[in-house]
Design a protein around this ligand. Structure first.
Ligand code: C5P
Length: 403
């Protein structure tokens, strides 16, 4: 149970399950929350503003074009007020609008202005739920950090049986409070993440690079932010975009620039996760003009790049926790343990190239987490977003000394 009242915004869209939202209001309040309701015009076909207002003890926000008694822009003020937005029921219509950035009523407008945890409880006919458009929209929202709940099986309002029933208010309420607890376990902490490849310049048009997509680092940055941390992401070249606009992104090219950005931010940080695939070597000389094609062979002289992980690892104070990655093809555990020691890291996340579906250029990864206290934890092959969540949860436990 939270100590201070949580501010929960309950979004209701137009489905028959809206009648259950009335008991959800009561349940949220019983769990110590203050509730404000935002209802779509279609929702008001199923439940009345009077019931919603009476139960929530607050005015119901339904019309973004209403003349306001006060000067605040209502959806922005409400977005600032809420600790979480739970949309129950989330119909196919509202899910489609959220996924595509359409803002044509109070709820969809609020959604775009809201940057804290969002929980969606879908409710619709089972055929609608399985339609590729709905499936894709839910996946998009999930990839952007919304918590998309499942649905229940059983009797549907259309008279058939199947999946698509909104979860019961108790299940929605429990999940919401679990997510809210999680969203604060790194609050007040600052985290630095490196991601992507580095491009080491040879001349004004060429570079030495690698195939890292940066996805693992981006997922880690998003996950740390979801846990409440203030995040700086230093990334090499990538086409990826961050979903969370609160994350500070610094784009760099070569290892030296990545190091400089990390050195700037590390002293203020409690956590550093180095997931970038930094080039070990860089050309000794960078030609000022494009190198011309001449003899049959061309010899490049490379010099060692700084090791960013090791630099930060040897500078860290007792309050700072440094996490590195290791990509090994042989003697994996032994080499990862050596890396942990040599770079003075607290945790090493070992990717094995021996697992198909793990490592570079894949949306999935399989990792083993090794920490300085001697624990070894093996993970399964998962989506990188889930792997990031596992790593961050591990880190939270490690830092609170329960691991
Ligand atoms: O030594 P190795 O490259 O295998 O170590 C991998 C780990 O070290 C990763 O966490 C990577 O981000 C980091 N690293 C670094 N700077 C380098 C090379 C690797 O931060 N120059």
């Amino acid at each position: 149970m939270p100590n201070k009242p949580r501010h929960i915004i309950l979004g209701i869209s137009g489905g028959i399950a809206a009648y259950k939202s009335l008991s959800l209001i009561r349940l949220l309040q019983k769990n110590g929350a203050e509730v404000r309701v935002v209802a779509t015009p279609n929702a008001l076909q199923f439940v009345t503003p009077l019931s919603l207002q009476t139960l929530s003890c607050n005015a119901v926000y339904t019309d973004p074009f209403k003349i306001l008694e006060h000067v605040e822009v209502e959806h922005v003020a409400l977005a600032d007020w809420g600790d979480a937005l739970v949309v129950a029921p989330a119909t196919a219509d509202v899910v489609g609008k959220f996924a595509n950035g359409i803002a044509d009523d109070a709820l969809t407008t609020l959604f775009l202005a809201f940057n804290k945890p969002v929980v969606l409880a879908p409710a619709m006919n089972h055929k609608m739920l399985q339609h590729p458009a709905v499936v894709e929209n839910l996946q998009t929202l999930s990839a952007r950090g919304c918590h998309v709940l499942g649905t229940g099986e059983g009797y549907l309002a259309c008279g058939t049986n199947g999946s698509g029933r909104m979860l019961e208010p108790e299940q929605i309420c429990d999940t919401l409070f679990r997510i809210l607890a999680l969203s604060q376990d790194l609050s007040g902490r600052r985290a630095l993440v490196t991601a992507g490849p580095t491009y080491e310049p040879l001349d004004p048009v060429r570079f030495i690079g690698n195939h890292s997509s940066g996805l693992m680092g981006f997922c880690l940055a998003e996950s740390l932010a979801r846990h409440g941390a203030q995040v700086v992401l230093v990334t090499g070249p990538t086409h990826l975009e961050l979903q969370n606009t609160d994350i500070q992104r610094i784009d760099v090219m070569a290892a030296q620039q990545m190091l400089a950005a990390c050195e700037d931010h590390f002293p203020q940080c409690d956590i550093a996760i180095m997931s970038a695939a930094v080039a070990d070597y860089t050309p000794q000389e960078v030609a000022s003009q494009k190198i011309k094609k001449q003899s049959d062979t061309l010899t490049l002289t490379l010099k060692k790049n700084p090791d960013i992980l090791s630099t930060l690892g040897h500078r860290k104070t007792d309050r700072q926790c440094v996490v590195g990655f290791a990509l090994e093809t042989e003697n994996e555990l032994e080499n990862a343990r050596l890396k942990l020691q040599n770079k003075n890291a607290d945790i090493i996340v070992l990717n094995s190239l021996n697992h198909s579906g793990a490592g570079f250029k894949t949306p999935t990864n399989q990792v083993t987490i090794i920490d300085k206290k001697g624990h070894v934890t093996n993970g399964n092959l998962k989506d990188k977003r889930e792997v990031a969540e596992d790593i961050v949860s591990y880190l939270v436990d490690y830092m609170s000394d329960t691991k």
